[in-house]
Design a protein around this ligand. Sequence first.
Ligand code: DAT
Ligand code: MG
Length: 149
Amino acid sequence: MAQERTFIAVKPDGVQRGLIGEIIKRFEVKGFKLVAMKMMQASEEHLTEHYIDLKGKGFFPELIKYMSSGPVVAMVWEGLGAVKTGRVMLGATNPADSNPGTIRGDFCIEVGRNIIHGSDSVESAKKEIALWFTDSELVSYKSCAADWL
Ligand code: DAT
Ligand code: MG
């Protein structure tokens, strides 16, 4: 495993349901380092670009409507194997299949309201981070916990 960055976003339902803190806490206590974060109302154009690989799916219009229905909290987390481990922490796409102990397994029920996004590969993480953040928004610093993780 290598040091990686992954793009994580609390979706509009996660924001409205008061789960921002819980989600940040899980990545923080796991040992990942927060390198960028902002709350924003994403446009349909921006979300279409974010989910461009799913454009042909039947649920796509509904997905864009849902994701643009309120503010999201966009974040970049860094650490050893952050992409793969981040996905494990999220749980399966459909909360009905997400194990208890995962974020989706613990806090949601429906695939169309699954509260959180996480990059599925290092390559898509790079694309997503570039889509959601400028270089200057990515903060470079050494965590004092780095040698203890
Ligand atoms: P993930 O978010 O786990 O990476 P994905 O990239 O396949 O999953 O799909 C993106 C989002 O689209 C997913 O979080 C919820 C929604 N979605 C996926 N499959 C769906 C389906 N069969 N019906 C409704 N929404 C779906
Ligand atoms: Mg995905």
